[in-house]
Design a protein around this ligand. Sequence first.
Ligand code: ATP
Length: 228
Amino acid sequence: MSLLNVSGLSLRYGSSQALFDINLSIDAGEVVALMGRNGMGKTTTVKAICRMLPSTGGLTFDGRDLQRLPSHKVARLGVGLVPEGRRCFRDLTVRENLLATARPGPWSLEEVASLFPRLGERSTQRAASLSGGEQQMLAIGRALMTNPRLLILDEATEGLAPIIRQEIWAAIARLKRETGMAILLIDKTLRELKQVSDRAVIVERGATVWSGAMGTLPHEVTERYVGV
Ligand code: ATP
């Protein structure tokens, strides 16, 4: 049984239908890339999974029907989201931001600082005073402090300097290698996505058009649906 199973998911924003038929699954320990051009429905899919937007279709996590749950319960079941746009409490310190989401499990302030030493060094600094890259690390740290079984990263490297992007990709690779956490990745950098992901799911206009092992993703498919 897959950890996350999404089948025939559809969603409307008022009169406009954004998702028609999204199908994807993630097993424990798997890293899956959710790919597609801008506006094709990746962020909307993630919001539907986290129950931040109402949708119809099959949505289960560890055998539980997520469609029946409010978003805070989805988080409590073990779905950790790093949303687009690095959200955190700007007036709280790094440490306070991390403690605000903490739930029992292996992830602690020390573990997060070991993954992102900059956060450890800046633990008493207000989040508003961090650089964009550090805020992104804090957003990832906040999701890890919930001790998720599935971590969802929506554009975690967007708009960051190359050196910071490298640090974030290295952290994702380390999470994969050392924790066996399932990870769903949305990102625009194909090369790194290919290196770290086991499988790819490609969406086009709100529907899954291809899914399979990353190593078998044909160049024509990326060219046609991801625009590379
Ligand atoms: P991007 O990479 O640009 O973030 P995406 O694949 O994540 O793209 P979504 O943000 O999920 O795409 O958008 C899917 C579709 O839903 C688009 O047509 C978008 O315009 C529309 N959409 C997104 N958010 C809203 C909203 N709040 N109200 C109405 N339509 C929306």
